[in-house]
Ligand binder design. Structure first.
Ligand SMILES: Cc1ncc(COP(=O)(O)O)c(C=O)c1O
Length: 365
C-alpha cells in the first residue's frame, strides 16, 4: 500500500487488455465500427443471457436508455420518481417532455416509498420511474399493485442493478422496461453504455427501431420518430471482455461490502441502508451518519489521508430549483445531507478497507 496514493470512491473493473484486443481485432478485420455490428449483437445477447432475459436493447448510456423507454411507451404527462437519485433519472423524464413528480423515499431502504407514490398520483400521471438505489431492489410488489390499480406504466431505473436477482429472476424482468447503465463506474462497463430490458417482444423491436433512426426492420421506410442511439463496436468489445469477469466482480464487491459493514458496525453515529432480502449487488458502500456535521468531519479526515469518498446522492433532486419547483421531501433531503459512499471497487485492497474504517472510527471516538 502506497500511503500517498489517492484512493477514489470507485474505479472501473477492467478485463486484461488481451481480452479486449481479441474483440477489437475482429472489429479491425471487419472494418465495421458500428451499425448494430456482430460484437454489439453478441454483447446484447450475452449480457441478456447472463441475466436470463430474452429482450435487451443496448444504447449509448443509461440516461438514453431511460429516454428510450419513455419514448417507446409513448408517455406524455407526469411521471412519479425518486428525489434520491442521480440527476439523470429526472433529466431523462424532462428531456422527453414529461414532468417529474417526486415521491419521498423510505428512511431505511432509501428507495421510493410506495405510500408516497399513491399520494402523488393525479389525473395527469402516466408512469412511475422508481430507482433501485445502490442496487437495492425496490418494493416491487407494492409498486406493481399501485401501477395496476391506476393503470400506470413502470420503468425501473436499474442503472445500479446489474447482476441483481429478485424472487428467482433477474431484477430486470420487472416493470414494463428496466433500464440499466454500463458506465465505467458500474458493475459491468463498456466505458459508456446502457440497456433496456423488457419481456415484451414488440416493445423491444420498437426500441430497436427508435435506436436506429426509426427505420422499419427492412430499412425501406421510417416508421418511428427515431434517433441515433447506437453503441459502437469498440464499446461493445470492452463490455464483452468485461462480462467474463462480472461474477468475480460481484463476489468481490459483496465480500468487501461485508468487511466494511463488520468493521463499522456497533457504532451509534452511523447506520447502513436496509437491504431488501439479499436482492442487491452491493455495488456501493453508503454510510449514513447521525449528522451532516459528522459526515463533514469524517470526509475531511479521509481527504487528509488521500481517500476521496463521495457524497452520493447529494443534494436531493427536488432542491434543484432551477429545473424543478421545490416541494419539500423531508426524508430524501435529510438522507442526502448525511450519506457518504466509501471507496469500493475490484482492485481496492482489503487493507485499504481496514485503513479507511480506522480513519472513520478514530473521528467518531
Ligand atoms: C441512478 C442512476 N440513473 C441513471 C444514471 C445514468 O447512467 P449513465 O451515466 O450511463 O447515463 C446513473 C448514472 O450514474 C445513475 O446512477
Amino acid at each position: 500500500m502506497n500511503m500517498s496514493q489517492n484512493i477514489y470512491v470507485t474505479m472501473p473493473t477492467l478485463a486484461p487488455l488481451e481480452d479486449v484486443n481479441e474483440y477489437l481485432k475482429q472489429v479491425w478485420e471487419s472494418g465495421l465500427m458500428t451499425h448494430n455490428g456482430p460484437i454489439l449483437r453478441k454483447f446484447e445477447h450475452d449480457v441478456a443471457e447472463w441475466h436470463g432475459m430474452q429482450h435487451h436493447t443496448v444504447v449509448v448510456n443509461g440516461t438514453i436508455a431511460l429516454q428510450l423507454a419513455i419514448r417507446a411507451l409513448g408517455l406524455k404527462g407526469e411521471i412519479i420518481t425518486s428525489p434520491f437519485s442521480f440527476i439523470a433519472t429526472t433529466s431523462a423524464i424532462m428531456y422527453e417532455g414529461c414532468t417529474p413528480v417526486y415521491a419521498d423515499i423510505d428512511l431505511e431502504t432509501l428507495d421510493i416509498n410506495p405510500a408516497k407514490i399513491e399520494a402523488a398520483i393525479t389525473d395527469k400521471t402516466v408512469a412511475i420511474i422508481p430507482v433501485h438505489v445502490f442496487g437495492n431492489t425496490c418494493d416491487i410488489e407494492a409498486i406493481e399493485e399501485i401501477a395496476k390499480k391506476h393503470n400506470l406504466k413502470v420503468i425501473y431505473d436499474a442503472c445500479h442493478s446489474v447482476g441483481v436477482q429478485y424472487k428467482g429472476k433477474s431484477v430486470f424482468a420487472y416493470g414494463d422496461v428496466s433500464c440499466t447503465s454500463y458506465h465505467a463506474t458500474k458493475m459491468l462497463n463498456s466505458g459508456e453504455g446502457g440497456g433496456c430490458y423488457t419481456n415484451d417482444a414488440d416493445l423491444d423491436a420498437k426500441m430497436k427501431r427508435i435506436r436506429f433512426f426509426g427505420f422499419s426492420e427492412d430499412k425501406t421506410n421510417i416508421v418511428e420518430e427515431g434517433s441515433n442511439l447506437k453503441m459502437t463496436e469498440v464499446h461493445a468489445s470492452v463490455g464483452l471482455a468485461n462480462l467474463k469477469y462480472l461474477q468475480a466482480a460481484l463476489d468481490d464487491r459483496k465480500e468487501k461490502y461485508m468487511l466494511y459493514k463488520q468493521l463499522l458496525s456497533d457504532n451509534p453515529s452511523l447506520r447502513f441502508q436496509r437491504i431488501n432480502g439479499n436482492s442487491c449487488n452491493y455495488s456501493y458502500f453508503p454510510v449514513i451518519f447521525d449528522l451532516e456535521e459528522t459526515l463533514l468531519k469524517v470526509d475531511a479526515a479521509l481527504q487528509a489521508e488521500h481517500v476521496f469518498a463521495r457524497r452520493y446522492f447529494y443534494p436531493s433532486l427536488n432542491t434543484f430549483r432551477d429545473i424543478v419547483p421545490y416541494i419539500e421531501m423531508p426524508v430524501s433531503e435529510d438522507i442526502a445531507s448525511r450519506i457518504l459512499c466509501l471507496p469500493l471497487y475490484y482492485t481496492l485492497p482489503k487493507e485499504d478497507v481496514e485503513r479507511i474504517t480506522n480513519i472513520i472510527l478514530k473521528i467518531l471516538r
